[in-house]
Ligand binder design. Structure first.
Ligand SMILES: NC(=O)c1ccc[n+]([C@@H]2O[C@H](COP(=O)([O-])OP(=O)(O)OC[C@H]3O[C@@H](n4cnc5c(N)ncnc54)[C@H](O)[C@@H]3O)[C@@H](O)[C@H]2O)c1
Length: 257
């Protein structure tokens, strides 16, 4: 039976000093914001990102960068080993993902679907496995899903399918890994202002979709920012969430309410 931290002082519950964390795709956007909050809480953070140009941002955050394509099994294993540093992992954030504009389902090729599922699902699956075998003292795995998996979208069929699979992976692995003291949860962000979304602005506008307007189209009336997701991730990684596993935390300013 795991030891409970209930009734511990609040400061202790969010104190991540000494915890080792791996954040995939943490070179910018949501992953960078999550990494920054984890560092602020005291964690030792390794960022696995495809892009070597992320180095200055990673240094600013106070994390370590491992240049890594999460879709390449050997690179992912190497990143997990570097993050664990022979001491094991406590927190893994499966954040790396792609969401290029696809257009109507009838025009989406099998090659495109294959690539989408390979990075957004298969690589998250592999990272969950690499995390689980490096968490001897239990831990917290956080998977980035999306409100796209919950309905309401058009022209995002492959992406929506990939993120629905992330939710199923979260549920199944929470059931399986709980007995090893590993909690697995997902965050389903609404539209968040990140470099990845900025890259989509023009192609989407050409298709009549104003994604910039959607960033603030929610009942709370705030622009969705990476730190909104980072605060949710910090909560799920912390002792505040010790009894939460298999959950999908929607963080969207109420846009799906
Ligand atoms: N921004 C949103 O509105 C939004 C909404 C819902 C879900 N999400 C999810 O949140 C996650 C992060 O999104 P974002 O908007 O911050 O993205 P982004 O494109 O701004 O940043 C993604 C980062 O991941 C890295 N990356 C991409 N492919 C990689 C790979 N194969 N291996 C390693 N690193 C890789 C990139 O280099 C980049 O640093 C994704 O999983 C995305 O699907 C985003």
């Amino acid at each position: 039976m795991a030891t409970s931290q209930t009734h511990a002082p609040l400061g202790d519950l969010i104190d991540l000093r000494g915890k080792r964390a791996l954040v995939t795709g943490g070179g910018k956007g949501i992953g960078a914001a999550i990494s920054a909050r984890l560092v602020e809480a005291g964690a030792i953070v390794t960022i696995a990102d495809l892009d070597p140009a992320a180095a200055p941002e990673v240094e600013r955050i106070g994390a370590e960068l491992v240049v890594c394509d999460v879709a390449a099994a050997d690179q992912l294993r190497n990143a997990a080993d570097q993050a664990a540093n022979n001491a094991g992992l406590d927190i893994v954030v499966n954040n790396a993902g792609i969401f290029p504009t696809t257009g109507p389902l009838t025009q989406v090729t099998d090659e495109f679907v294959h690539r989408m599922l390979d990075i957004n699902v298969r690589a998250q699956f592999s990272a969950t496995r690499e995390a689980a075998v490096r968490m001897p003292n239990g831990g917290s795995i956080i998977n980035l899903a999306s409100i796209a998996a919950l309905g309401g979208g058009a022209n995002i069929s492959a992406y929506a399918a990939s993120k629905a699979a992330v939710i199923a992976l979260t549920s199944a692995s929470a059931n399986e890994l709980g007995r090893s003291g590993i909690r697995v949860n997902a965050i389903a962000p609404g539209v968040i202002d990140t470099p990845g979304v900025q890259d989509q602005m023009e192609p989407l506008r050409a298709g009549g979709i104003d994604i910039d307007a959607r960033i603030a189209a929610n009942p709370v009336g705030l622009r969705g920012l990476p730190d909104h997701i980072a605060c949710a991730a910090l909560f799920l990684a912390s002792g505040l969430a010790e009894f939460i596993s298999g959950h999908v935390l929607v963080v969207d300013g109420g846009s799906t309410a």
